[in-house]
Write a new protein. Sequence first.
Length: 258
Amino acid sequence: MIANYHTHTFRCHHALGTDEDYVTSAIANGIQILGFSDHGCMIGPDYLKPDMRMRPELLPDYMYSLRMLREKYADQIEMHIGFEIEYYPKVFDDLIPFYRRHGLEYLILGQHWIGKENTPGEGYRCFRPTDSEENLRIYADTVIKGMETGLFTYLCHPDVIWYTGPDEIFEKYMRKIARRAKELGVPVELNLHGIRSHRNYADPRFFRIAGEEGCQVIIGYDAHDPHEFYEHENVEKGLQIARESGIKLLDTVELVRL
């Protein structure tokens, strides 16, 4: 792998290490392009700012630190500064000018929740098993609407939703996502964090569909610890899923600039 666009920092409250640790570890492991995309701050009701994401007051420090590191290591690695965020339609249009004012370069779409923007305490967290077709339908419709904004560089862990119902229902909605991603030219991510953490993703069922639909696919470390750039066995597991799915992986992606 020569590029990784999915890198977190301690500011999301569940990642380890300093910003510089990630940069030096990436360089040591042959990464030529490094994108930071921490869990992005939201503006709006407090329940949109849980402990899993950066709070707005930390955004200036995030930008300053990564800009300084980009300058310091300019002769060793190409760096970009972005966010991973959910698509919440009620706040999305206000977020974009806020991010632009701070100089953020790009966004990746990572839909960890559905229905979360309506009432505090409601919503479904996609890491939890569900056999609800309605949850799967809402998830698919939400990420498709997010991709249709044209403001996301790629869709990360598209298979994050842990659907335990019939395979034919899973395929119905995952194919809908894959087909629309192909039509829009939005790459989808084969996520190494799910492999590393023994989660339900990366799901070979989804990547078989992605291969059949001709999706563009990029591997993402989804790094929450600088040492994860040294875990080459997880890269090999991701490559094996890609090979078995008939997918030709992208080495790099073109950033959708904010």
